[in-house]
Write a protein that binds this ligand. Structure first.
Ligand code: GAP
Length: 459
């Protein structure tokens, strides 16, 4: 299957996600709601497994990392300090004919290859002079390009100014710098990590769960000494991010690094690199890594009037640490994981669809079947096997349809192992048939050895 612009593959993934309970269009019974999505039972398991993997890898297995869970609603001054109120803008343009709204920079870049981020007048000129066509109606009758602030405004009782849903989790991390320093035994370098929702009033959403208005991020602010050899630390983070991508099932050949040009960087940033994945619509940003200097701590210090410094006992002095920020989109991780796992295999008389998730990410680890639904003893024994395994592994009991159909369903949700209780189990060997998702090989294992078997296979 080719990767580039593989809209057919994307459609197959979207349809599998709905058919099999991974991801549903939001508010569907009301006709949908502006390309928003909700996670179904298997999507929620997959999402939780990815979060768990990330938290284990980046928080629990690192001695100098502190995990937090900050609020979505934060003091409005915070967004002034971070620059979001002033300049968290995207360029939008409206088609006067069909009234659809677009990202002006994306229209220009798609048509001419030029990256004109921030240059509104130039975008307007090119849109008109080059007669760039509206992707919706095909005409060329544009308004001027103008900035739209992407923060979601809301109101809070008792607060007389606009309040915003946080546009990134990072803000909630920076404002806890002082609390972490004061309450934990902290030594530089150290990091503060968070997983949570972020909201951006994107002009255009799309590509399924790639660009959403409500999404989740997994972010780290990693504080370092201003004179530390930051290049080594930065490269170490890039490697860890790529390692995490591989743990999602992504192959090296399907990801690449994209370094932002020096002249495009914010004044405080020394280096920014995106890790891109070859999504069905081509290479696009999956994760990001930025050296942000001391900009954030200094800004929050200035706006809050609180000193946000680190006291170094060895040097006997206080200073403002620099920060390196590894950021991961959770929904994009899920989309990449779904895309990497999606496999079609030609069988003799059929095509088998299999989600080859890494075992630890699979929503269901083991499915347990009685060979026949209407044989009470088989069902009872299968139920017993299920009851013994379910407290340790996420299991599913299934007695619908025939075995072939049950295998197909479990393949489509990516269950690594299916266990069948049959007549030999009851009458001969007290063993079950275990079928491997990827090889479709079957083997016979004694019921009392199941726990050891899965302990080895699913660690
Ligand atoms: N604190 C830095 C920050 O927020 P960003 O590049 O704007 O940086 C970080 O966002 C990550 O969040 C991206 O790499 C992407 O994975 C994810 N992300 C950003 N906007 C998104 C959107 N509209 N929908 C889904 N994921 C998004």
């Amino acid at each position: 299957m080719t990767k580039k612009n593989d809209q057919e593959k994307m459609q197959k993934i979207v349809s599998l996600c709905k058919r099999r309970g991974f991801i549903f269009p939001s508010s569907e019974i009301y006709g949908g709601f502006n390309s928003a999505y909700g996670y179904g039972p298997y999507g929620t398991e997959l999402k939780n497994n990815i979060k768990k993997l990330w938290w284990q890898k980046f928080v629990q297995e690192r001695a100098n990392m502190f995990g937090i869970d900050g609020p979505i609603l934060l003091h409005p001054k915070l967004w002034q300090a971070s620059g979001h109120t002033e300049s968290f803008n995207d360029a939008m343009v409206d088609c006067r004919e069909c009234k659809k709204r677009f990202r002006a920079d994306h229209l220009v870049e798609d048509a001419t290859g030029q990256d004109l981020e921030g240059q509104l007048e130039e975008m307007s000129r090119i849109l008109k002079e080059e007669k760039i066509k509206c992707p919706e109606c095909g005409k060329s009758n544009w308004t001027d390009a103008r900035n739209l602030n992407m923060m979601f405004k809301t109101a809070m009782n008792g607060v007389n100014e606009d309040v915003y849903l946080r546009p990134e989790t990072a803000g909630a991390i920076f404002i806890e710098f002082k609390n972490i320093i004061d309450s934990m035994r902290v030594k530089l370098p150290f990091g503060i990590a968070q997983i949570g929702k972020a909201f951006r009033n994107e002009i255009v959403t799309g590509n399924f769960i790639f660009r959403l208005r409500e999404f989740e991020q997994m972010e780290i602010e990693y504080f370092i000494h201003p004179e530390a050899k930051w290049e080594e630390i930065f490269d170490g983070w890039l490697e860890s991010q790529e390692e995490f991508a591989r743990e999602l099932g992504i192959l090296n050949e399907n990801m690449r690094r994209y370094e932002h040009a020096q002249e495009k960087l914010s004044h405080y940033s020394r280096k920014t690199v995106d890790i891109e994945y070859d999504f069905p619509f081509g290479f696009s940003e999956l994760f990001g890594l930025a050296h942000r200097g001391d900009f954030d701590l200094r800004q929050h210090s200035k706006y809050s009037q609180e000193k946000l410094e680190y006291f170094d006992q060895k040097e006997n002095k206080k200073f403002t640490p620099h920060v390196i920020e590894p950021t991961f989109g959770l929904d994009r991780s899920i989309l990449a994981c779904l895309d990497a796992a999606y496999t079609e295999e030609q069988l003799e008389d059929d095509v088998r669809i299999v989600m080859k998730f890494p075992a630890r990410l699979a929503p269901i680890k083991i499915a347990i079947f009685p060979l026949l639904k209407n044989k009470e003893n088989l069902v009872k024994k299968a139920q017993e096997v299920y009851d013994n395994l379910k407290s340790k592994y996420v299991c599913e009991f299934d007695d619908h349809g025939n075995i072939g159909k049950r295998y197909r369903r479990q393949d489509e949700i990516g269950t690594p192992y299916c266990v069948t209780v049959d007549f030999d189990t009851l009458e001969k060997d007290n063993a079950v048939t275990i079928r491997d998702r990827d090889t479709m090989q079957q083997e016979r294992i004694k019921i009392e050895e199941l726990d050891n078997f899965f302990e080895r296979k699913l660690k």
